[in-house]
Design a protein. Structure first.
Length: 304
């Protein structure tokens, strides 16, 4: 699917103009891929990389354009089961116009970075800038979910809560790799800033983007380290909860078995003491109760 955008009054607006400076191909079909390759000279391998969610971020300098492949958070849905992944976005910069290739439909031009845009070069930079803030938003969500899961682990013994923590930790590893790859890409863009034609203001924006990406990576690293360090503790809590439950069940079982042993001894088909007494039943029952109380007192005194 192809969408076209224009920069009108420093804002990006969708248009039907064939001469629009920004074209967005969303999950392009074979015909649109052939158009990108034949008409615009896009490298087929780079185009495939822009649609591959596992591709690393990189910069390619072609004869007539600059190709960028960078990472951004994938749209989360309930079926992902707390697994946050990164997707790939391809940008092909031709100087006076921009081609964006992506595998999923999402609104790229939302948020504060796109309140004021002056040129396709600035759009390129702010797309990377926006992806950094998108990662930060997801990191905050992951941190909130991990806090909730940890509280549930403290109260429950179900393995699914531990599995949720493992999944969140896996998500943080994905994000760390994606953010680090974006950082390498931003460094390459800075080294090729003169070739791309960035102005002084755009180079300053690029420096800010590099700093923000470094801070984003540090935050992802901190969350990942905290979650990893707590995994063993949370697993120990679950194990301890199970031990407490088993201990309680053992106390109940043994407390029942002790009076049962007393009653069983007086239930044998032989001549036994108290058999001639009218109140023998209540005496035996009392002896069983005393045996159970004695056992519980012994258990408490030994602090088992």
């Amino acid at each position: 699917m192809l969408r076209r955008y224009e920069i009108i009054n420093n804002k990006i607006e969708e248009t039907a103009n064939d001469k629009s400076p920004i074209m967005m191909f969303i999950n392009p079909d074979d015909k649109e891929k052939r158009q990108l390759i034949d008409q615009y000279g896009v490298d087929e391998h780079t185009l495939a990389s822009a649609l591959d969610p596992d591709e690393l971020a990189r910069l390619e300098c072609e004869p007539n354009h600059i190709a960028l492949v960078f990472k951004r958070p994938k749209n989360y849905s309930g079926k992902d089961q707390l697994l946050f992944k990164a997707s790939t976005l391809g940008i092909f910069f031709f100087g006076d116009f921009l081609i964006i290739v992506m595998g999923e439909d999402t609104n790229l031009f939302e948020g504060k970075p796109f309140v004021k845009v002056g040129s396709p070069r600035e759009v390129l930079l702010k797309l990377i800038y926006r992806s950094i803030f998108h990662f930060l938003e997801h990191l905050k969500v992951i941190n909130m979910i991990s806090d909730e899961v940890e509280q549930k682990i403290n109260r429950a013994m179900e393995n699914r809560f531990l599995i949720n923590l493992f999944t969140l930790q896996k998500s943080l590893v994905y994000y760390q790799n994606a953010i680090h790859a974006n950082g390498v890409l931003i460094e390459k863009i800075r080294h090729n800033s003169s070739r791309i034609g960035f102005t002084t203001e755009e180079i300053e924006l690029l420096e800010d983007i590099l700093i923000e990406n470094s801070q984003c990576y540090r935050q992802a690293e901190v969350y990942s380290n905290i979650l990893a360090s707590l995994m063993d503790a949370r697993a120990s809590i679950v194990s301890n909860n199970i031990n407490v439950l088993v201990k309680t069940l053992n106390i109940i079982t043994i407390a029942i078995m002790v009076p049962t042993l007393v009653v069983s001894a007086f239930s044998m088909n032989v001549r036994i003491p108290l058999s001639e007494l009218y109140s023998a039943f209540w005496i035996i029952l009392g002896m069983g109760g005393l045996a159970m109380v004695g056992f519980l007192l012994f258990w408490k005194l030994r602090k088992w």
